[in-house]
Write a protein that binds this ligand. Structure first.
Ligand code: NAD
Length: 352
C-alpha cells in the first residue's frame, strides 16, 4: 500500500513516517510545504529508504496537490499538515485559515477525484484519515468527564476554530460525497522532534541554556499528555481497522497541571544534567501573563478506541518523559540548528 502523509516533516508527521516505514511494509509519500515547522532533518535516517518519497507542496496550491495524486497514485491519505501553534494563531490567524481550512479543502477535493477514479478492489480499501485535536471541544471544568466522540464542538482559539472547521469538512465529504473518511481527535503529544516553541521542548531547552522558564498564568491549566509514538500506533490502527465515517478520540490518561509538568521536567534534568551553578532548575520558573482565551482543562475519554480497536497507550508518564528528555540531551545538534535558524538554509547557504 502507498500512503500519502501530509505534514510528514513536522513533529507528529516525522514520527509517523518513521513508524510506518519501521512497522509496516507500506510506501510513504511525504507531502509537506516545509514551513518554519517542517524540518527534513527530522527524517534524516529514512531519506535513503526506497519506500520513502518527499514532495515539497503547499496544500493551498490546488493544482500542485492534484498533481501529487496523479503522479503518486496513493492508496490512502493521512492528513496531518497544519499550522499548529496556538500562540501563532492569535498573532496571525490568516495562515491558519489558509492551511487548515482552505488547504484541507484542496486535499479533500483532490482525494475525492482520485477515489472516484479508482477501481475495485483498490477503491474499497481507500481511506482518508483526518488527524485533529481535542482543542476543538473547548474547555472543561475540574470535575467534568473527559471529552468523548459526541461532545459538542466549542473551539476558542483561531487554531482550534480552524481545526474544527476542517473536521466538519472532512465529515461532510464523507456524508455528502461518500469519501471514506475517518477522524481522530487527540490530546497533547510529546516526544522526540517537537519544535522548540511548544511547552515541553521550551522547558527542556530553557533549562539546558540556563534561562528563565516561562509558565502562563499560575500554571494551573490542565492538559492530557500522550507520547507521540503511542499516537502514531493509534493512527495506524484507525487507518487499518477503524470504521469508515467514525471518529476516535485518542488520549494518554495522563492529566497534569502545567506547573506540575514543568517541575517534573526540571526534576528529571536535575538528575540527568545538573545545572552548572548547582541550583535546582525549578528555581528558574517565572509566571508570565496568561494567553488570551486560555482553556482551563482538556481531558480525553479514550474508551471507544480501546474497546473497538484494542488500542491503549504503552508509555506511562515517567517513562515517556524520561525518554523525551534524554532524546533532547542526545540530539543537541537537531535543536541547535533550529535555534540558530541553520535548519532553513538551502543548498546555496541562504535562509529560506
Ligand atoms: P507541526 O507544526 O509540528 O507540523 C506541521 C507540518 O505541516 C510541518 O511539517 C509543516 O511544514 C506542514 N505544513 C504546514 N502548512 C502546510 C501547507 N500549507 N502545506 C503543506 N504542509 C504544510 O504539527 P504537529 O504538532 O506535528 O501536528 C500535526 C497534526 O496533528 C496537526 O494537524 C495538529 O492539529 C494535530 N495534532 C497535534 C497535536 C500536538 O500535540 N502536537 C495533538 C493533536 C493533534
Amino acid at each position: 500500500m502507498k500512503i500519502l502523509v501530509t505534514g510528514g516533516a513536522g513533529f507528529i508527521g516525522s514520527n509517523l513516517v518513521r513508524h510506518l516505514l519501521a512497522e509496516t511494509d507500506h510506501e510513504v509519500i511525504n507531502l509537506d510545504k516545509l514551513t518554519y515547522a517542517g524540518n527534513l532533518a527530522s527524517l534524516a535516517d529514512v531519506q535513503q529508504d526506497a519506500r520513502y518519497r518527499f514532495v515539497q507542496v503547499d496544500l493551498c496550491d490546488a493544482q500542485a496537490v492534484k498533481t501529487v495524486f496523479v503522479e503518486h497514485d496513493p492508496d490512502s491519505v493521512m492528513h496531518l499538515a497544519a499550522e499548529s501553534h496556538v500562540d501563532r494563531s492569535i498573532d496571525s490567524p490568516g495562515d491558519f485559515i489558509q492551511t487548515n481550512v482552505v488547504g484541507t479543502y484542496h486535499l479533500l477535493h483532490a482525494s475525492l477525484n482520485h477515489y472516484q477514479q479508482m477501481e475495485s478492489p483498490r477503491r474499497d480499501d481507500f481511506r482518508f484519515l483526518h488527524v485533529s485535536t481535542d482543542e476543538v471541544f473547548g474547555s472543561l471544568s475540574m470535575d467534568d468527564p473527559g471529552f468523548c466522540e459526541t461532545t459538542p464542538y466549542d473551539p476558542h482559539s483561531p487554531y482550534s476554530a480552524s481545526k474544527a472547521s476542517s473536521d466538519h469538512m472532512a465529515r461532510a465529504w464523507h456524508d455528502t460525497y461518500g469519501l471514506p473518511v475517518l477522524v481522530t481527535n487527540c490530546s497533547n503529544n510529546y516526544g522526540p522532534y517537537q519544535f522548540p516553541e511548544k511547552l515541553i521542548p521550551v522547558v527542556i531547552l530553557k533549562c539546558l541554556q540556563g534561562e528563565l522558564i516561562p509558565v502562563y498564568g499560575r500554571g494551573e491549566n490542565i492538559r492530557d499528555w500522550l507520547y507521540v509514538e503511542d499516537h502514531c500506533r493509534a493512527l495506524t490502527r484507525v487507518l487499518q481497522k477503524g470504521t469508515v465515517g467514525e471518529t476516535y478520540n485518542i488520549g494518554g490518561n495522563n492529566e497534569r497541571t502545567n506547573l506540575d509538568l514543568v517541575k517534573m521536567l526540571c526534576g528529571l534534568l536535575d538528575e540527568l544534567q545538573p545545572a552548572a551553578d548547582g541550583k535546582r532548575y525549578e528555581e528558574n520558573i517565572r509566571f508570565v501573563t496568561d494567553r488570551p482565551g486560555h482553556d482551563l482543562r482538556y481531558a480525553i475519554d479514550a474508551s471507544k478506541i480501546a474497546r473497538e480497536l484494542d488500542w491503549r497507550p504503552a508509555e506511562d508518564f515517567a517513562s515517556g518523559f524520561g525518554k523525551t528528555v534524554r532524546w533532547y540531551l542526545e540530539n543537541a545538534s537537531w535543536w541547535q540548528d533550529i535555534l540558530s535558524g541553520d535548519y532553513r538554509m538551502d543548498r546555496l547557504g541562504q535562509k529560506a
